[in-house]
Design a binder for this molecule. Structure first.
Ligand SMILES: [Cu+2]
Length: 216
């Protein structure tokens, strides 16, 4: 999102948080049904659209590497769209409702390499298909994981072994620090809140209005 510069220091004793000015909902993560009304019992294809990547505490931006969507049972069991450059897995929750149905099915798309991360200046869509089960507002808790790379180059070393010079070549290793955006607040107007450590943000979860099945 575009953050306003006005950061008012609102430190909570419990978690230590900074509240950043409210931002437009469509820049976060939204759900696009391409004009189809989500209806109980109907077949629905919808796109989870992410609007931007993560912003580190120093202001640098990083693209999304992992996109995680907890699809609520009300939206039906999801079949995920294959997205080029990404693997995808669906994990039903261990927690089940009274009728034995997992309360969520978590869909995780993971970039196959850093080159497949969503560019910081681009939006992206990750599709789902399902048959909604229950009418009302369904909230989709969604997480974006971005990675800050750190490259360390160990210099070449020369040792003498039995009077002979043995050279060990230098080695470059890349490690990553994760930045998270948790779209998990069940209030579309919720502000974006950055954690005190600057490594995670919390904002409004995307939602879907599911209509009751049409009377026959
Ligand atoms: Cu945003």
């Amino acid at each position: 999102m575009k953050k306003s510069i006005s950061i008012f220091a609102a430190f909570s004793f419990a978690v230590g948080i900074v509240v950043v000015g409210g931002t437009s909902a469509n820049a976060h993560v939204g759900i696009d049904t391409r004009g189809t009304v989500a209806t109980v019992g109907g077949s629905l294809t919808y796109e989870m659209r992410l609007g931007h990547g993560c912003t580190a505490a120093d202001g640098n931006k990083y693209g999304t590497h992992v996109f995680v969507v907890a699809v609520p049972a009300a939206a039906g069991v999801p079949t995920p769209q294959a997205v080029p450059g990404y693997t995808v897995v669906v994990t039903p929750s261990a927690i089940k409702d009274a009728s034995g149905v997992p309360v969520t099915n978590t869909v995780t798309w993971t970039a196959k390499s850093a080159n497949d991360d969503i560019q910081i200046n681009a939006f992206a869509e990750f599709g789902l298909r399902g048959k909604p089960l229950a009418a009302g507002v369904a909230w989709f808790d969604t997480t974006q994981i971005c990675r800050v790379p750190k490259t360390v180059t160990a210099p070449a070393t020369i040792k003498k072994v039995n009077g002979k010079k043995v050279t060990t070549p230098g080695k470059t290793t890349t490690t990553y620090t994760e930045l998270l955006i948790n779209w998990s607040v069940h209030d579309s107007a919720a502000p974006t809140v950055v954690a005190a450590d600057g490594l995670s943000e919390t904002g409004p979860a995307p939602s879907l209005n599911i209509a009751a099945a049409a009377a026959k």
